[in-house]
Ligand binder design. Structure first.
Ligand code: 2BA
Length: 109
């Protein structure tokens, strides 16, 4: 058995969970925060038999879009400016960041 962790955009969460449930996958959703943008995203985890991993990943790929987001970075002070100077940078977020882990043991009691 495998455990899929997928970090996705909040706006894609409902669509991807609906589709996974429709195809018989069990899904749990966690509210998470990206370390770089410091803004909310969604982490879903799915326990799945090894032969179904590719099907789950293709659903995630189909339902999760990549997006451009703008954040602010800081230029360090120079000898003609005081303090850090903020400037905008654009990053591409997602579709999804995915980890697939081995599961040693799975039980429902
Ligand atoms: P964030 O950490 O908020 O990152 C959002 C986007 O900012 C990233 O999109 C990437 O395009 C950019 N970014 C991240 N770190 C950067 C850096 N040090 N310098 C320049 N740009 C940077 P994605 O790569 O699609 O990642 C989306 C979210 O997935 C991340 O949100 C984070 O929550 C998670 N993630 C990505 N890689 C991860 C990893 N190796 N381990 C754990 N979580 C990860």
């Amino acid at each position: 058995m495998k455990l899929i962790f997928a970090i996705i955009h909040d706006e894609d969460a409902h669509g991807v969970m609906d589709e996974l449930n429709k195809k018989g996958f069990g899904v749990t959703k966690l509210a998470s925060t990206g370390g770089f943008l410091k803004s909310g995203n969604t982490t879903i985890f799915i326990g799945v038999e090894e032969e179904k991993v590719d099907e789950a990943l293709s659903i995630i790929e189909k339902k999760c879009k990549s997006r451009k987001q703008v954040t602010t970075a800081n230029l360090p002070p120079t000898n003609i400016t005081e303090g850090y100077i903020p400037y905008p940078i654009e990053v591409t977020v997602g579709g999804a960041t995915i980890f697939v882990l081995d599961v040693d043991r799975f039980e429902k009691i």
